[in-house]
Ligand binder design. Structure first.
Ligand code: ASP
Length: 322
């Protein structure tokens, strides 16, 4: 089946609550909206595979404002916009050369960009910055990571990947491993998964435990949950092993970082204990947590996960801007 601009949105399941909205945190999504965006993501996959793209957002502009380094997220948003026929104002490499470095406030920067662009994608080192930008911007703001806060579009592509790889989300046991304290992707994914019937295993060294507020949210929700520092305790039961990098840039004391980096290493030996049908995910970049020797294992899904980011961001831009 090949979709056209006229048929792309026909008979999608779930609900489109995205039109004209900011995408700031995962708590804003209902399960029906998740169903919708994943179904649209699936259609975007078909569109890209059959014809490379669709001119759905022709003459639309997206500003990509990145105050923190990013490879995947910025490339993926740019690719998504361009595969939908739109264009991008990239303010990525040169933030330090722009007005931002002259001391302009975030509010003024986004109000200015909104005069040119139909949407603003923002990555910023401070928690809450996306919400602040959304307060000022008269166009939708999409949070592409606010410090150690949230990374909602990553969580959507993670959810989509689980669905694509395992065919379901309800009933799974999801083990998150590594830096659960500063890792914004696990903060967002955990909260997003509360829309489903999922069991959680949080695996980290003591100083990198999941923030209490999120662990309590999981508890209050009544979801099954266990915390441990030993990955061997969870490997046999995990349907999803979601591995993360220790977030060096968020440590004030680098000696502490040195102590905990390299705490968990996923290697072929560990995976001999895992289920035959399960999936190993990572938001990337990896810095040694998953050995390259694992890459050819059919359960290693992290590069397929990257690809899914393209489809989900196409779906999001389409849902927000059309
Ligand atoms: N790329 C992800 C993020 O921006 C994960 C990471 O940096 O470790 O949060």
């Amino acid at each position: 089946m090949s979709y056209t601009i006229d048929t792309l949105f026909d008979d999608l399941p779930g609900a489109n609550g995205f039109h004209g909205k900011d995408i700031l945190k995962v708590a804003q999504f209902s399960r029906d909206e998740l169903t919708y965006i994943m179904a649209l993501g699936e259609r975007m996959r078909e569109v890209v595979e059959s014809s490379g793209g669709l001119d759905l957002l022709k003459h639309r502009l997206m500003a990509a404002l990145f105050y923190e380094p990013s490879t995947r997220t910025s490339a993926s948003f740019i690719a998504a916009m361009e595969r939908l026929g739109g264009s991008v104002i990239p303010i990525t490499q040169g933030v330090q050369f722009s007005s931002v470095s002259k001391g302009e406030t975030l509010g003024d920067t986004v109000r200015t960009l909104a005069q040119y662009a139909d949407a603003i994608v923002l990555r910023h080192p401070e928690i809450g910055s996306a919400a602040e930008a959304a307060h000022y911007a008269p166009v939708p703001v999409l949070n592409a990571g606010d410090g150690a806060g949230e990374h909602p579009t990553q969580a959507l592509l993670d959810l989509f990947t689980i669905q694509q790889e395992l065919g379901q989300i309800d009933g799974l046991t999801v083990a998150m491993v590594g830096d659960l304290r500063f890792g914004r992707t696990v903060h967002s994914l955990t909260q997003l998964l509360l829309n489903y019937d999922v069991g959680f295993r949080f695996v980290s060294p003591e100083i990198l435990r999941m923030p209490l507020a999120i662990a309590n949210q999981v508890r209050d929700h009544g979801a099954e949950m266990r915390e441990t520092y030993d990955v061997h305790e969870v490997i046999e039961e995990a349907d999803v092993l979601y591995v993360t990098r220790v977030q060096k840039e968020r440590f004030s004391d680098l000696a502490q970082y040195e102590e905990v980096k390299g705490y968990y290493i996923v290697d072929p030996e560990l995976l001999t204990k895992a289920k035959e049908k399960m999936v190993v995910m990572h938001p990337l970049p990896r810095v040694g947590e998953i050995l390259e020797a694992v890459d050819d294992d059919p359960r290693a899904a992290y590069f397929r996960q990257v690809r899914n980011g393209l489809y989900i961001r196409m779906a999001l831009l389409a849902a927000v801007l059309r």
